[in-house]
Design a protein around this ligand. Structure first.
Ligand code: ZN
Length: 282
């Protein structure tokens, strides 16, 4: 821990900014590495939600008989081989039947929604099943084709998002901030602030789960399940950040994700059907 930086109460001090930046990055890396080590991660849709205990039993039977069959030299005839083939067939048929059942259930569900004229639920279920991974990046944008040209169009368009609305606005805000920062009484007020572990705990408990991670890969779940020491590290970091009037460079970045307002809309015109969401660090 950067003790000098955490204990520093010097008014207007900037010499510990780098240490705070490193401390912040250490916390992020610890969370990421611990999660990678302790939490099993799998690709989406890898779980067969239609799997049943009966299929588990049939699978085990297959494994047992195949092991026995292998131990006697893998004969191509005889009762052990016949039993192995029977188990294998039964197992395959059961998987096929379970998949058909889930399809039938899905169709019945859609039919029911259609009968009730519940269009919203009907199309939501439809899109979840059939449209989830079907969207591909457009190869044409604003009449330009090819990946390089499309990327260029995106860059040119989104450059504007980071520009101030008028030329003097940035300079005015900067001078106002400078004025505040140089006022000793404001700095003194900042030095009096203290973020407690309870404050951090309270904020973490209010964070919504199942949200996208930022570039640092940290999600609300990392913070929620990061353990009691995490709140202590964060309260020390935040308190010292306020004393130094400093934020890590990652806090100043954001990712803009262009999303189609309508999945079946026109992806070739950035001005019509595209809205933006921005991701920032937790
Ligand atoms: Zn300092």
């Amino acid at each position: 821990m950067p003790l000098d930086a955490l204990l520093c109460k010097d008014s207007g001090c900037q010499k510990h900014n780098e240490e705070l930046e490193v401390y912040y990055n250490d916390i992020v890396q610890s969370l990421d590495a611990t999660a990678a080590e302790c939490v099993l991660s799998v690709k989406s849709r890898v779980h067969k939600f239609w799997w049943t205990p009966e299929l588990d039993e049939l699978k085990q039977q297959c494994i047992d008989i195949s092991t026995l069959w292998a131990s006697i030299g893998r004969p191509r005839s005889g009762c052990i081989n016949q039993e192995r083939l029977r188990c294998k067939y039964q197992y395959k048929q059961a998987i096929k039947s379970a998949m058909q059942d889930i399809d039938r259930h899905f169709n019945d569900n859609l039919y029911e929604k259609l009968c009730k004229k519940d269009e919203v639920s009907f199309w939501r279920a439809w899109r979840k099943r059939f449209c989830g991974n079907s969207l591909k990046p457009t190869n044409t944008l604003n009449s330009k084709t090819g990946t390089d040209n499309v990327l260029f169009e995106f860059t040119e368009y989104y450059k504007g998002v980071a520009q101030p609305h008028n030329a003097n606005k940035n300079a005015n805000i900067a001078s106002e901030v400078d004025l505040l920062m140089t006022a000793d009484n404001i700095i003194m007020n900042y030095l009096g602030y203290q973020v407690t572990a309870e404050d951090v705990d309270k904020c973490i408990s209010k964070m919504k789960l199942h949200k996208a991670a930022y570039l640092d890969n940290i999600t609300s779940e990392h913070l929620r399940y990061g353990g009691p020491h995490l709140a202590v590290h964060l309260c020390l970091l935040f308190t010292s950040m306020m004393h130094h009037c400093f934020v890590p460079s990652e806090f100043c970045k954001g990712i803009i994700l262009p999303l189609l307002k309508n999945k079946h809309g026109d992806a070739t015109d950035i001005n019509i059907d595209v809205q933006n969401i921005s991701l920032y660090t937790c």
